[in-house]
Design a protein around this ligand. Structure first.
Ligand SMILES: [Zn+2]
Length: 390
């Protein structure tokens, strides 16, 4: 009855893409693990051949599809219905070129640039490309949490070549000049609702190059509308001093542990960040859906640094008709439509229900009102040393 035994391990082969290749593990550095994306599934792979670590890392880095042969597949104990892949001393790994329809063979050759007009024709959902493009304009600036939990600055530009234009999100600070040409390698391409966009990756290099001629005309619609905020959803999160996302924070607990820093922090020493999705009702017609980050929103609402989601939502809903500038569904500017351009002049209506959160109606010295306001981390140092005086 040996063939019917459920314990019998079948040796099989699996094909796919490797992700998250870990460092060598345990004190003897005897194994490492990785994620294999095959079809629409992801499986954990445990590799017991540390001598092949570099090969696995290269396959991940080069985005080469791989064939893992003579591996052992076992149902995962952690996630029901999933299989774990065990790669043992008798298993072999080879890089392959064609995985059939799932991964259409459209990966451009390494070092080869692709024109922006060709991008949407590439079939796979996420892949890396190299481009040569001119930076046409800045769409918006902000910060976001990346896959490893760090909260990083990012800027979205419209870039163009002689064939088309596209949005490119650049993570971290880069020395980029509007109007200049760049060779940009290893950018990841995303397609969402028929819109193709590009994002830099940790392997991206941005190299300034001489002009490549006239780029196509760019028309990124930036519109400014007068509207009322009729719907809001707020996602808030906390970051540590080194800008790691603290996902499991309990605001009532006095301390919080950051696994990335391996440090316990006072909860009061963390910084709350948030992003919002708003439904805007213009004076004309229809509803516009747009998102924004706290940097854009904070100047117009009146909440404390550690306000709850509800308090932020209430404060947003209490806003009067606003003048909102939107670029690619992102709010880049918002101000009180009834007021002059300086949002600090915004009058606080005495009948607002924001209660404890609103500015004291008697604003006397600006020195202390500054300190109760939340400011983003980059500006934090700046504003503490440059208190505003009348
Ligand atoms: Zn941290």
């Amino acid at each position: 009855m040996a063939e019917a035994s459920p314990a019998k391990k079948l040796k099989q082969s699996v094909k796919g893409y490797l992700y998250n290749v870990s460092p060598l593990k345990d004190p003897q550095k005897s194994y490492f693990d990785a994620t294999l994306q095959h079809g629409s599934e992801c499986s954990k792979v445990v590799v017991f051949t540390p001598q092949e670590h570099a090969q696995f890392q290269n396959a991940e880095k080069n985005r080469s599809p791989v064939n893992l042969e003579d591996v052992i597949l076992q149902p995962s104990k952690e996630s029901y219905g999933k299989m774990n892949v065990f790669y043992t001393h008798s298993s072999t790994m080879s890089c392959i070129c064609d995985l059939g329809d799932t991964f259409n063979n459209t990966l451009p050759a390494e070092h080869q640039e692709i024109t922006l007009a060709e991008l949407p024709k590439l079939v796979t959902k996420v892949q890396r490309v190299n481009i040569i493009a001119k930076i046409m304009q800045e769409e918006h600036k902000g910060n976001s949490v990346v896959w490893d939990g760090r909260y990083l600055p990012r800027t979205t530009y419209t870039v163009a070549d002689t064939t088309a234009y596209i949005s490119l999100t650049v993570w971290c600070e880069h020395n980029i000049t509007i109007g200049e040409w760049y060779r940009i390698t290893n950018v990841s391409m995303k397609q969402f609702k028929d819109k193709t966009s590009l994002t830099t990756t940790k392997d991206t290099r941005i190299l300034n190059i001489p002009s490549q001629g006239a780029a196509v005309a760019v028309e990124v619609p930036t519109e400014t509308i007068r509207c009322e905020i009729i719907g809001a959803n707020v996602k808030n999160f906390f970051i540590c001093l080194r800008k790691h996302n603290l996902s499991h924070i309990t605001p009532s607990s006095p301390t919080v542990y950051c696994p990335s820093c391996k440090t316990h922090y006072k909860t009061s020493a963390t910084t709350m960040k948030f992003s919002v999705h708003l439904d805007l009702k213009p004076e004309t017609e229809g509803i516009i859906h747009a998102c924004a980050e706290d940097e854009v929103i904070m100047p117009v609402i009146t909440v404390k640094p550690n306000a709850s989601r509800d308090e932020i939502i209430q404060s947003l809903m209490a806003l009067p008709t606003m003048q909102v500038t939107i670029c690619n569904n992102v709010i880049v500017k918002i101000e009180d439509a009834s007021e002059s351009h300086n949002p600090l002049n915004a009058e606080i209506k005495s009948d607002e229900v924001v209660c404890s959160l609103k500015l004291p109606t008697k604003v006397e010295p600006l020195e202390d009102s500054d300190s109760v306001f939340y400011s983003p981390p980059d500006l934090g140092l700046f504003s503490s040393s440059q208190q505003k005086k009348i």
